[in-house]
Design a binder for this molecule. Structure first.
Ligand SMILES: *Cc1c(COP(=O)(O)O)cnc(C)c1O
Length: 396
């Protein structure tokens, strides 16, 4: 058996393969420099252009560009009017921002457990958490797999709740032939460099409701009801702050980059799916490693490729497997520490271990493997060899 790099053996790769990475080319550079040579760096024409292009790409009526995925979630929760005393159901196995958006507005995130196979929000468990104070459900398309939106929409309808999609993993995905971005009342996207399309930092909210879109455009601009360009064309110095908003604007520089990137999304999704199916085939023969379950009616966007380790078949824990893979120069990651276990949430809302047992058990076993469109077939083979090597060395 080959000696593991963590024990002094030769690593599978010489250089670290990151778990995610942006793809940028000269067309992106040209799009950005054209804006830098123009008149509008921010609040200019590229913002509406990007919004319209994005809305069309995901089949939504409206899209509102903001400065991050977190700002997108915050704007969505604001648009719903969530405030103190209100509860919002959020799956615990997600990035903290999926819950923080509720807390920012003074609401209470109520953490729901996930399905053990897909790690997606379980609609039945979500429904059991509904109380008279529940206002909304945030569905997280974990790893890029769309949630069961028909089941979630039915729960929302029965209890008169809004449905928000944290679709930060799922741009380019679909559910029963419908695009992610058109499946919930409001859908939030991120353009962080590890996500499908990047603007450096950036985000977008899509909605079918023009009234909510208008509220979010005011929210991203301090709560001010007229923007700089509208004031200039009206020749007016007057503005009114009607709501407490933030500076969550996305610049024209970023919007130009986003539009340029969006044009290549279909090819990137195809490549992500190709890599994921090669991983699925390879790991079918590796005892101790279980890829996540995929529901039959989804077009998976594969932001992440996540496996669960069968710890009962291994002599070591996930931390050791993680360290051994890093030593082989495979940039593995873990998504996520369940949000209800973070010290802030324990302190603020009294959440504790045992609240969401499926997510807590999964968390001990999760491993995210490198996946991004620019990965070469050889990179993918390195990941398969390294995980096979490490798991075989530690198998019981
Ligand atoms: C990335 C991400 C966010 C936040 O996006 P930022 O652009 O980093 O603010 C929110 N939720 C999920 C599930 C994410 O993956």
């Amino acid at each position: 058996m080959p000696i593991l790099a963590i024990d002094g053996g030769t690593p599978v790769r010489k250089r670290l393969l990151p778990y995610g990475r942006q793809s940028l080319d000269e067309s992106d550079v040209a799009a950005v420099t054209a804006v830098l040579r123009g008149d509008w760096l921010t609040t200019g024409p590229k913002v509406a252009e990007f919004e319209q292009t994005f809305a069309k790409a995901v089949g939504a009526r409206e899209a509102v560009a903001v400065s991050s995925g977190t700002a997108a979630l915050h704007a969505a929760i604001f648009a719903l009017g969530v405030g103190p005393g209100d509860e919002v159901i959020v799956p615990t196995l997600t990035f903290a921002a999926s819950a923080n958006c509720v807390t920012y507005q003074g609401g209470r995130p109520v953490f729901a457990d996930v399905d053990p196979d897909t790690l997606l929000l379980d609609p039945g468990k979500a429904e059991m958490l509904v109380t008279p104070r529940t206002r909304a459900i945030v569905a997280v398309d974990y790893a890029g797999q769309p949630c069961d939106y028909d089941a979630l929409a039915a729960v929302a309808r029965r209890h008169n709740l809004a449905l928000v999609a944290d679709a930060c993993h799922a741009l380019g995905g679909s559910y029963k032939g419908r695009s992610v971005g058109s499946l919930a009342d409001l859908s939030a996207f991120s353009f962080h460099p590890v996500k499908h399309v990047t603007t450096g930092e950036g985000g977008m909210v899509t909605t079918g409701d023009p009234g909510r879109a208008g509220r979010m455009r005011v929210f991203r601009n301090h709560g001010i009801t007229t923007d700089h360009r509208q004031r200039e064309s009206a020749g007016s110095w007057c503005y009114e702050m009607a709501e407490l908003g933030y500076n969550y604007r996305l610049t024209d520089i970023q919007c130009a980059l986003g539009m340029s990137q969006l044009a290549r999304l279909p090819a990137w999704i195809a490549r992500r799916r190709q890599i994921a199916s090669a991983y699925n085939r390879a790991f079918a023969d590796v005892p101790g490693v279980i890829p996540l379950g995929i529901r039959p009616d989804v077009g998976h966007a594969y932001h992440l490729y996540v496996v669960q380790l069968q710890l009962e078949r291994l002599k070591v824990d996930r931390a050791r497997i993680f360290a051994a893979l890093r030593a082989e120069n495979i940039g593995v990651n873990v998504h996520y520490v369940p949000v209800h276990l973070h010290p802030y949430y324990r302190r603020r809302f009294g959440t504790k271990p045992g609240d969401c047992p499926v997510a807590e058990r999964a968390y001990e076993r999760l491993l995210t493997l490198p996946l991004f469109p620019a990965m070469a077939d050889g990179d993918m083979e390195d990941v398969v060899s390294a995980l096979t090597k490490v798991v075989e060395a530690y198998r019981q």
